[in-house]
Design a protein around this ligand. Structure first.
Ligand SMILES: Cc1cc2nc3c(=O)[nH]c(=O)nc-3n(C[C@H](O)[C@H](O)[C@H](O)COP(=O)(O)OP(=O)(O)OC[C@H]3O[C@@H](n4cnc5c(N)ncnc54)[C@H](O)[C@@H]3O)c2cc1C
Length: 419
């Protein structure tokens, strides 16, 4: 089934990967791996496995233009990640984007702009921010308190009124990802090493004698493999159902709006009290607001994000008056792949061979680390210490079972995206 190739580095150990999953061998199999889902996670897994010699097939009916990755705000930040080991994991993920860029030769998906955040002083929310900042200080996080005048000196388009009575902070190490470019670059590099993107939907896993041996396709036909990685995001359980497992997931729809060209000169990511603003180049802005997420109406089909988009435009005008009457270029609506404890899920399922799950929120930040961990675990049989705390089996049997059959919490429903 699999061919053999010489490999000098089978016994190579690095400081971050220490626990062998099986006894070292002198040869590694050139594995055929199927990756279900070409979101940020699937593309990173495809890239890293292909770079390490695997024969990779990535399957997604939307090609490189689907999933939460398209609708994401894609912000690399660590403002509210806790406990500390999770904060440090996400910080390593953010740094891994830069390292990936060095390996590929450029990181044109990455913009390390820093973030400016402000909120109304003397409120209950301000107290919560004070607790959060204290925690970040104790982690040694890089940040600087600013006055309103200092914010205006950095971002002169921000309305002075929106800063009145506010406290502000600058996080210099933050950045953002252009997920369309990111996925394309990863896939292009993977294809250069023989990977294939199949634009089709996976219907089910092919399982025999406790081992996953491939997938069947919704369009008909089957694909065989030595290993299957489920990176289907929100649809993780639809594909895993033949194994009798369903990961406990929360229903968390979210949306972003991209404006057409605006009169704006925003250089950094802005987190104002009610709206998140990210410069997207050429005067365009990527916008997100929690209040808009709450307005998403799945029953409206392609118009699910219409009310939220109007809310977002209203909110951005209050912060950046020069973008008044901005034209909307795209409204993107999706459901976050959100395990109920909000932490990533990465690893095999006990009792099932040839199969890994990789599903998470903050997946843009974590995707380069997930790719590296997939190489260690799937190709080299070594456990990744990065994700040791985030295995599927941390959920009790009751939690797995209780989520089976519930809708929409276990469904693969993706809200349609309007571009
Ligand atoms: C509004 C919003 C804001 C966010 N902000 C941030 C942020 O600032 N920072 C951050 O790090 N994260 C953020 N996230 C979360 C982040 O976007 C996700 O964690 C990440 O995109 C997950 O990537 P993924 O590849 O696991 O899933 P997805 O991007 O959802 O990809 C899954 C893919 O699987 C495919 N698929 C589904 N079913 C099948 C099937 N049957 N067969 C084959 N393929 C299938 C889908 O078409 C899709 O392309 C945000 C998410 C949203 C919605």
């Amino acid at each position: 089934m699999a061919s053999i190739k010489d490999c000098d580095d089978v016994a190579r150990e690095t400081s971050s990967y220490v626990r062998p999953m099986h006894a070292p061998v002198c040869k590694v199999l050139q594995m055929r791996v199927i990756i279900i889902g070409a979101g940020a996670i699937g593309c990173s897994v495809a890239y890293h496995l292909a770079m390490d010699g695997a024969t990779v097939t990535i399957v997604d009916p939307e090609g490189l233009m689907g999933g939460a990755s398209l609708a994401s705000f894609a912000w690399l930040n660590c403002h509210d990640k806790h406990p500390e080991e999770y904060y440090r994991l996400v910080m390593r993920g953010n740094a891994a984007h830069r390292e990936l860029g060095e390996t590929i030769g450029h990181a044109n998906w990455l913009r390390l702009t820093g973030t400016l955040e402000w909120w109304l002083a003397g409120t209950e929310k301000a107290q919560a921010h004070a607790v959060r900042l204290e925690r970040l200080r104790s982690y040694g996080h890089s940040m600087e308190m600013l006055s309103a005048e200092e914010v205006l000196a950095l971002e002169p388009d921000v309305s002075r009124v929106s800063l009145e009575g506010c406290e502000a902070v600058y996080y210099p190490t933050d950045g953002g990802v252009d997920t369309v470019v990111y996925r394309h670059v990863l896939m292009r590099e993977a294809e250069r090493r023989g990977a294939t993107l199949v634009e089709a939907g996976v219907e089910n896993l092919l399982v025999s004698a406790g081992r996953v041996r491939g997938v069947s396709l919704l369009e008909g036909g089957e694909l065989e493999a030595d290993y299957v990685v489920n990176c289907a995001g929100r649809a993780v359980n639809v594909i895993g159902r033949s194994l009798g497992y369903a990961l406990p997931m929360e229903w968390r729809p979210g949306m972003t709006v991209i404006t057409d060209v605006t009169r704006s000169n925003v250089s950094r990511i802005l987190k104002a009290p009610d709206i998140y603003i990210k410069p997207e180049g050429a005067g365009r802005l990527l916008l997100h607001a929690k209040s808009a997420d709450e307005m998403i109406d799945a029953s409206e089909g392609p118009d699910a994000g219409q009310a939220g988009a109007a809310e977002i435009i209203r909110l951005v005008e209050a912060v950046l008056p020069t973008v008044r009457e901005a034209t909307i270029a795209a409204v993107r609506v999706s459901v976050r792949p959100y395990p109920t404890d909000s932490k990533p899920v990465f690893g095999p399922i006990t009792g099932v061979d040839g199969y890994h799950l990789a599903v998470m929120h903050s997946g843009i930040s974590l995707s380069p680390l997930i790719g590296r961990a997939a190489v260690e675990e799937i190709l080299h049989g070594r456990q990744s210490t990065d994700f040791a705390l985030y295995r599927p089996e941390r959920f009790s049997a009751g939690e797995w079972e209780s989520s089976v059959g519930l809708s929409p919490s276990t469904g693969g429903e993706m809200l349609p995206t309007r571009i």
